[in-house]
Design a protein around this ligand. Structure first.
Ligand SMILES: NC(=O)c1ccc[n+]([C@@H]2O[C@H](COP(=O)([O-])OP(=O)(O)OC[C@H]3O[C@@H](n4cnc5c(N)ncnc54)[C@H](O)[C@@H]3O)[C@@H](O)[C@H]2O)c1
Ligand SMILES: O=C/C=C/C=C(\O)C(=O)O
Length: 485
């Protein structure tokens, strides 16, 4: 298998690797060097239509393939991802700018885990039955929906793409999918892996293109009956507006502005080390990053001093070097956006304690898009800096006096994806966890993921949950059968 980056990425439709029907391409840039290193299809509705035709044709057979056979193929995909770890990690880093060690340690292993998890999960998936004493028996079938759409973002490209397509395929659906046009390469390489693994033609179709043209055509296609989307709240709104009147099932995993709540009785060393990670991992471009750090007043100054000292040590630079703890920001557009948010924070009266500026790369990275880890204090909960998602290496510090105040600050947000709580008091941990308006709460840890748990957010962070049975239920249609005895 040749898993090196091609000059022109191809769509994967009906088992064929093919050029976009309109012949148009977009530049694909390596954000660490600024170099345009490949071309991505600028696909449109015609490619989506071809993919739907292929998916529909594949559905009768795939949906009735035995669970064990589906397991074998999906598990084989997981094995091939593992065997090609180095090539996939390099592709991810060149597309996204994240450190290569991070792609190798987290992104690619998690992509194979996603396939392995749902390959085995479908073998254990069972449905309910309800006995009405001696009157009747109800049992519920959960049947695959048909053709479903999966659309994913650029921050954890293969990790989030596989998090959707693996359960969709395991449940017996055929998929029309679109990775982010900003980071298409690892999904393209996955199409080669799927062919090698023996996934039947048309079961998975991967189309490359932009959101408004290609993504929107997937969402609007009448034959695509469910949409699983991860990305911005803005795009999630547009998708819901189109999908809702068509009565499509939708799962929307959107933005976050997550509080990291630190009480004075925390395990200090663990909290410090983890807070640096939860603030700046992947250049802060993880929807679960704790971007609003709330610290109990009695330890605020001590926290500030040590947090700055530790963040200062995060070397920013060439993502191919192991010494780089921070890589590049994903694109010029996003780099400009993050720098703009830092300017806004200053205008709002924020004091920059660390960073606040771009960093010039060295050698091959001199035209790369790097931003220094940035720490801001002095802003209240209601300003734009503390209300809007920045999605970069930028955090704010606020202090609180009481548990009630901590909760009020934490819940002053339109978002409700994740929250982290640091305390050694288990009663308080439980109390605060119950009152924070977020779908995912970590106590004394961060990003510790059990793939069986419901994953998703409250409020503007989305609707629905991914993970475990939730994902398999989303990708199936329940049908209750009532038999009178
Ligand atoms: N909740 C989560 O699990 C989660 C995970 C990762 C990222 N995110 C969020 O994603 C955002 C960053 O990713 P992004 O900039 O790629 O997001 P984005 O919304 O711009 O794009 C996400 C994907 O949707 C496509 N798209 C854009 N507009 C569309 C439309 N109208 N119809 C159909 N498809 C469309 C894009 O091409 C891309 O593939 C952040 O807001 C982040 O919080 C959320
Ligand atoms: O940026 C968002 C991170 C999402 C993470 C997951 O979906 C996961 O860990 O399953």
């Amino acid at each position: 298998m040749n898993l090196s980056a091609p000059s022109h990425i191809a769509n994967y439709i009906g088992g064929n690797l093919q050029a976009p029907i309109n012949g148009n391409y977009m530049d694909n840039m390596n954000p660490a060097t600024g170099e345009i290193y490949s071309q991505t299809p600028d696909s449109d509705g015609a490619d989506v239509e071809a993919a739907v035709v292929a998916a529909k044709a594949a559905f009768p057979k795939w949906s009735t393939t035995t669970l064990e056979e589906r397991f074998k193929i999906l598990n084989r995909i997981a094995e091939l991802i593992d065997q090609n770890l180095d090539a996939l990690a390099l592709a991810e880093t060149n597309d996204n700018g994240k450190p290569l060690w991070l792609s190798k340690r987290v992104d690619i292993p998690r992509a194979s885990s996603n396939f392995r998890f749902f390959a085995t999960g479908i073998m254990h998936f069972s449905t309910e039955s309800h006995n009405m004493e001696d009157k009747a028996i109800n049992y519920t079938l959960r049947q695959p929906i048909g053709v479903v759409g999966c659309i994913s973002p650029w921050n954890l490209p293969l990790y989030l793409f596989t998090w959707k397509i693996a359960p969709a395929l395991a449940a017996g659906n055929c998929v029309v999918s679109k990775p982010s046009e900003v980071t298409p390469m690892s999904a393209y390489l996955l199409s080669i892996i799927c062919k090698e693994a023996g996934l039947p033609d048309g079961v998975l179709n991967i189309i490359h293109g932009g959101g408004p043209k290609c993504g929107a055509a997937i969402v609007a296609h009448p034959q695509i009956k469910a949409i699983s989307f991860t990305g911005s709240t803005r795009a999630g709104k547009d998708i819901a507006a189109v999908a809702a009147p068509m009565f499509k099932k939708i799962s929307l995993e959107l933005g976050g502005k997550n509080p990291n709540i630190i009480f004075a009785d925390c395990n200090w060393d663990k909290m410090m080390a983890t807070s640096v990670q939860s603030s700046f991992s992947n250049q802060g471009q993880i929807c679960l990053c704790g971007s609003r750090i709330l610290v109990e007043e009695s330890i605020y100054e001590k926290f500030k001093e040590e947090f700055i000292a530790r963040a200062k040590k995060l070397t920013v630079g060439d993502p191919l070097q192991d010494s780089s703890k921070q890589g590049a920001i994903v694109s010029k557009l996003h780099y400009d956006k993050v720098l703009g948010c830092i300017e806004l924070a200053k205008q709002e009266g924020g004091k920059i304690l660390l960073g606040g500026n771009a960093v010039k790369g060295e050698g091959r990275c001199e035209n790369g898009m790097f931003i220094k880890p940035t720490i801001i204090e002095g802003l209240g909960p209601n300003c734009r800096t503390n209300m809007e998602e920045i999605f970069g290496p930028v955090v704010t510090l606020q202090s609180f006096k009481t548990e009630e105040e901590a909760l009020e600050l934490a819940n002053t947000s339109d978002y409700g994806l994740a929250a982290t709580i640091w305390t050694q008091d288990v009663s308080r941990a439980n109390r605060v966890a119950g009152k924070v308006h977020s779908g995912i709460i970590w106590v004394n840890c961060w990003l510790l993921r059990d793939l069986r748990t419901p994953f998703g957010g409250f409020k503007s962070s989305g609707v629905g949950r991914e993970g475990g049975w939730d994902a398999l239920r989303f990708f199936t249609e329940p049908k209750n059968v009532c038999i009178e005895l």
